[in-house]
Write a protein that binds this ligand. Structure first.
Ligand code: ASP
Length: 429
């Protein structure tokens, strides 16, 4: 029987969701959409989140346990982190170039500035409060946070993915060091669990077109409310700012990822982009690299030929610490807010932005809207009033969808690069 490829099914779901969302917003169907359509999207995201911890745990434990020596693990780890940090710094720089050329802050009409500040004042205060909690922590707190004192409490929240990664590596190392016959039942169990979870990803993806339809319809519903003319006004006022972010994101994918893939691997670009399309579409619809993780892993392994050993280490780590799209957006947003408020930023301030954006993106959670909370920390580092985020809150969700796509594209590119350098890339023919 003729069956449409998954990414086409998802694209159709996305377009239909968009059409339905616009019709619903124009006809005031908000309550109906929230009550009857949105829950389908929530179920879909919940299913993806449900399998993220068992997937990371089982695939990473089996991956690490299959390593013959631990030197390899530290080599893969070192490379991965170095490329992650390097590409993020490039992303921020591209963002700064884009915003300095386009100068979107000088193009917002004065009365609109006031209106935005007023409308989003309350939301801005809430976000600043969340950022303050993060800021009050000590410098080593992120490292401390990686080491859980109880495994079940770390496995109980997807936000603790780094803790799960830590436990999996730790258990994997323990497994290598005990006699093979003792470790075998444990390893067999995790291998079996891994197979089950991978099957579950396939089953969940059967629902992807409907889930994506519901998610997009609901997002439009939330962004536009029942007053679509308001969103048009916002898009008009913040159009140049959005353009600066989007063009930066596209440039980063086209220059940085393409360049690295071309020079460091034999991966044909069409195979790469076709292979990760389902994950990109999902990242766009969910705005969450965390929720997309199971699908990113499956695409990298099945469609791009990255070994499980590499993907199970590089991708969960990337979903939590590697956010090129977010870092780029934070740089553009910080400069945009400064420009709008009439503050000039000298070279020193822009360099501070590069450094803090790289660090802030590492600390950003892989969930919708996390990037703007960490943006507050960057603003404070360069002396821009954090209430300024009120200016950009109205269009943040749209940009969140786009930056999340780049976040997972970055993770996947690095997985391919690391796999290729370890001779663990088996490009499908
Ligand atoms: N939503 C983004 C992600 O999950 C994070 C952010 O920039 O808000 O990758």
């Amino acid at each position: 029987m003729f069956k449409l490829k998954l990414h086409w099914q998802i694209i159709i779901g996305l377009i239909l969701g968009l059409i339905y969302g616009l019709i619903a917003a124009n006809n005031g169907w908000g309550p109906f959409t929230a009550a009857w359509i949105a829950p389908l999207g929530t179920i879909f995201i919940n299913l993806l989140k449900l399998i993220a911890v068992p997937l990371v745990l089982s695939s990473l434990i089996t991956g690490v346990a299959s390593l013959s020596d631990l030197k390899k693990l530290s080599r893969i780890g070192g490379k991965t982190i170095a490329i992650y940090v390097g590409t993020t710094a490039v992303a921020v720089t591209i963002g700064l170039i884009s915003v300095n050329i386009i100068q979107p802050g000088d193009r917002v009409p004065d009365q609109m500035k006031e209106k935005l500040q007023k409308t989003y004042e309350k939301d801005a205060i809430i976000k600043s409060g969340s950022a303050q909690n993060i800021k009050d922590r000590g410098p080593l707190q992120p490292v401390v946070d990686m080491v859980p004192n109880n495994f079940f409490s770390s496995a109980s929240s997807n936000r603790n993915m780094l803790q799960v990664v830590f436990v999996a590596i730790f258990v994997g190392i323990g497994l290598i060091q005990i006699p093979k016959d003792k470790g075998k039942p444990v390893l067999d169990f995790f291998e079996g669990l891994n197979d089950v979870v991978i099957k579950l990803v396939d089953l969940i993806m059967l629902m992807a077109p409907i889930g994506v339809f519901a998610l997009i319809a609901h997002t439009i519903n939330k962004v536009a409310g029942d007053n679509p003319s308001q969103i048009m006004e916002l898009l008009g006022a913040l159009g140049y700012y959005m353009f600066a972010v989007i063009i930066g994101l596209i440039a980063h994918a086209a220059i940085t990822y393409t360049g690295l893939l071309k020079t460091m691997t034999k991966m044909p670009l069409n195979v790469f982009y076709r292979g990760i399309a389902p994950a990109q579409l999902l990242a766009f619809s969910t705005s969450s690299s965390g929720a997309t993780l199971p699908v990113t892993m499956e695409c990298c392994e099945d469609e791009l030929g990255v070994s499980e050993e590499v993907s199970s280490f590089v991708l969960p780590l990337g979903a939590t610490i590697n956010m090129d799209g977010t870092a780029l957006y934070q740089a553009v947003a910080a400069v945009f807010i400064a420009q709008t408020l009439g503050m000039g930023l000298d070279l020193g301030a822009q360099l501070t932005i590069i450094l803090t954006a790289v660090l802030a993106s590492i600390g950003t959670a892989a969930v919708p809207g996390a990037g703007i909370i960490m943006l507050v920390i960057i603003l404070e580092a360069v002396g821009i009033p954090s209430e300024g985020i009120a200016l950009i809150l109205g269009v943040d969700r749209i940009l969140d969808m786009m930056r999340t796509v780049i976040n997972i594209t970055g993770d996947s590119s690095v997985a391919v690069i690391v796999a290729s350098s370890e001779d663990q890339l088996n490009i499908p023919t």
